[in-house]
Design a protein around this ligand. Structure first.
Ligand code: SF4
Length: 228
């Protein structure tokens, strides 16, 4: 990797150490807990998901407990979060883990990805955060930060855009520390490089940011919108 990008990554990870929010799922590397947090946060904001996560983990502390529970009770703990297929899929996946993996949460990407309700992003998040495996996460925050840092205007909602950003995210991945790097990049997008009105004058990555230099921050990322 280029020296410039190595410096960028170091700066990003230092920012994360100083600025990361103290969230309950960040105090553990347990794959089950990371999975639960990622599913809750798929369509839910952190502030709303926080208490749901704590209640859920208290009642279902491991995959065996979740698998053994009645679906009605699982749904009760999801009540109010919406997108109820998430809870149904998790419950089915927990039973699948018990059957296929003898109750041990899978520890490689392909097995994690094979669980119901787990897509590319969630599998990469669990593999990297729980097991420190070198998979790059690409969510809305990552699209925004990378598109601005490298001034990329390929629409993110097209197959070409998805491919481009998946490759860029992987090229930038800190292979030795994917656990920290992925979380740092997503947190940076959530707190600093926000959709609108971000304070670029106080940004620790400002001198790496091509969109800031060219005055195009507000134009990125680009969405085609019409694409299906
Ligand atoms: S300078 Fe602004 S646009 Fe660039 S990375 Fe920092 S916050 Fe994002």
């Amino acid at each position: 990797m280029e020296e410039r990008n190595e410096l960028l990554i170091t700066r990003l990870e230092e920012w994360y150490v100083d600025n990361a929010r103290d969230l309950p799922w960040r105090r553990t590397c347990d794959a089950y807990c990371i999975w639960v947090s990622e599913i809750i946060l798929q369509q839910t904001r952190v502030a709303q998901g926080y208490d749901y996560y704590l209640r859920f983990i208290e009642r279902f502390p491991d995959v065996a407990t979740l698998a053994a529970a009645d679906e009605d009770e699982v749904m009760k703990y999801w009540q109010g979060l919406g997108y109820y297929s998430r809870a149904r899929n998790m419950h089915a996946a927990a039973r699948d883990v018990v059957e296929r993996f003898n109750g041990a949460f899978p520890s490689n990407y392909d097995d994690i990805r094979s669980l119901k309700g787990v897509g590319d992003y969630t599998a990469a998040a669990i593999a990297s955060i729980a097991y420190n495996l070198p998979y790059a996460v690409v969510d809305g925050n990552v699209y925004r930060v990378l598109s601005r840092l490298f001034d990329v205007d390929i629409p993110i909602d097209t197959p070409a855009g998805k491919r481009y950003f998946a490759d860029l995210a992987y090229a930038m991945l800190h292979r030795e520390q994917p656990r920290i790097y992925n979380q740092a990049l997503m947190e940076f997008g959530a707190l600093q490089c926000v959709p609108s009105g971000c304070d670029c004058t106080r940004c620790p990555l400002q001198d790496f940011c091509v969109a800031y230099a060219s005055g195009r921050v507000g134009n990125l990322p680009v969405k085609q919108g019409k694409y299906r």
